[in-house]
Design a protein around this ligand. Structure first.
Ligand SMILES: Cc1cc2nc3c(=O)[nH]c(=O)nc-3n(C[C@H](O)[C@H](O)[C@H](O)COP(=O)(O)OP(=O)(O)OC[C@H]3O[C@@H](n4cnc5c(N)ncnc54)[C@H](O)[C@@H]3O)c2cc1C
Length: 390
């Protein structure tokens, strides 16, 4: 399991692995029930994750988190990627990007309660006309006496059904910073906040992705994150973090698929032999393992370079490379796993079928594969490959 990991890192990896092994038996129940498992079991999972130190894993100790290194977080997230139906999301990751700008009021009201599992956030950035091109958002924030009035419509707001506050990104409509982005804490019960639609998606998750409306939603100055005009920088910090964690989870998913497909190939017979004896099957497994290892090395190395304080632009490009490669790798592995399982691989109670659907979004959210390539090529042209890959 390890690539030069310390004893502490191996122990944490093992702890997360054993916890996720307890979640895996609930996958089919979740799949057959729109992502839901019995409420008491879900509560048990949350409590256990918290007791094991597997909540608020990205939050600094000062904000009620665990203070893990980036590599340690990567190791934990890799394990959570081994389970389908978002059951691994019980290992929570709060808004760690806020550390440098959070006010005492914001820390007390939203952030520490989030680390403690008492409050839950969601993110409303994407709109009907603006996804990759975040600067194209049309939501507005007008200055009013003592605060801001927000208007707009947001798409794909993940976990909105489980959240009690939402980070909303809008463009300032007036004042000295007019036209720049700002980010706000908005409690879900603020007048003017509404769910417009609960669309159906490819996966079966208990976390829904709402279309949300914000109509004359008024928030006080105290709800502004950082300063006016800072909005985009927070998105970039969050993207870097989440792209690396997607890479980690994709490695975990690929590892599980390779293990399951190998076990099946060893037990399934056709034409008088185990299918694992056929080179056609062996080559699919060999390619999968090789690519998964490459993705894991990139992911761990990126985490280590962040822990070592690498230049932020290099971090940005490395996180993009890790996300691009690992997400495309995991999709190839899932496709091969379905093939190895044959007809069983097309049944919803089969892990390969679920991952085949679920992993597809990893090439889309937090920046599509095309956007990652644009970021990488841009950095390559500006700085050359040395600062990016050594
Ligand atoms: C399940 C799910 C959950 C999500 N959760 C959230 C959330 O919680 N909060 C949130 O704010 N958003 C969320 N999103 C939105 C997600 O981040 C966007 O879908 C993603 O960034 C892509 O934007 P888009 O869908 O508007 O596609 P578009 O930006 O319209 O892209 C369409 C296609 O054009 C390509 N493209 C765009 N620009 C270029 C270019 N310059 N060069 C080459 N190709 C280009 C893209 O790669 C893509 O293939 C979620 C999305 C999904 C599917």
């Amino acid at each position: 399991m390890s690539t030069h990991l310390t004893e502490r890192e191996i122990a944490l990896q093992q702890l997360a692995r054993e916890f996720v092994d307890e979640l895996i038996p609930w996958e089919v129940e979740a799949e057959m029930n729109d992502g839901e498992i019995p409420a008491d079991i879900a509560a048990e999972h949350r409590e256990k994750a918290s007791g094991l130190g597997l909540t608020a894993i990205n939050m600094p100790a000062g904000l009620g988190g665990r203070g893990y290194s980036m590599l340690e977080q990567t190791l934990i997230q890799e394990q959570t990627g081994r389970v389908t139906n978002a059951l691994g999301w019980v290992v929570s990751t709060g808004p760690s990007w806020i550390e440098d700008v959070v006010t005492d009021h914001q820390a007390e009201t939203w952030i520490r309660p989030t680390s403690a599992g008492e409050r839950h956030e969601c993110y409303a950035i994407t709109e009907e006309g603006a996804g990759s091109d975040v600067d194209g958002i049309r939501s507005t924030a007008h200055r009013v006496e003592g605060g801001y009035r927000i208007n707009g419509e947001k798409w794909h707001v993940t976990s909105a059904n489980l959240a009690d506050y939402v980070f909303v990104q809008a463009k300032l409509a007036d004042g000295p910073n007019s036209g720049s982005h700002a980010l706000f804490f908005v409690d879900m019960d603020t007048p003017g906040v509404e769910c417009l639609e609960v669309p159906a998606y490819t996966h079966s998750y208990s976390h829904h992705h709402w279309k949300m409306g914000f109509t004359d939603v008024t928030v006080p100055d105290a709800n502004l994150v950082g300063s006016e005009g800072d909005g985009m920088s927070f998105s970039h910090a969050w993207f870097r973090y989440e792209r690396l964690m997607i890479a980690a989870r994709c490695c975990g998913a690929a590892g599980r698929l390779i293990a399951e497909a190998t076990a099946f190939a060893e037990s399934r017979e056709a034409y008088g032999s185990k299918i694992a004896d056929y080179q056609a099957i062996q080559f699919m497994l060999a390619d999968s393992l090789t690519e998964m290892w490459a993705a894991r090395l990139m992911t761990y190395e990126t985490a280590r370079s962040i822990d070592a304080g690498a230049d932020v632009k290099a971090q940005h490009a490395q996180c993009s490379m890790a996300k691009l490669y690992a997400s495309e790798m995991a999709n190839r592995v899932a496709d091969r796993a379905v093939q190895i399982f044959g007809g069983r691989g097309f049944m919803r109670d089969n892990v390969a079928e679920r991952f085949y659907r679920e992993l597809r979004v990893d090439r889309i959210w937090e920046g599509t594969s095309e956007i990652q390539r644009i970021i990488i090529a841009d950095q390559l042209r500006k700085r050359g490959s040395g600062p990016l890959i050594g």
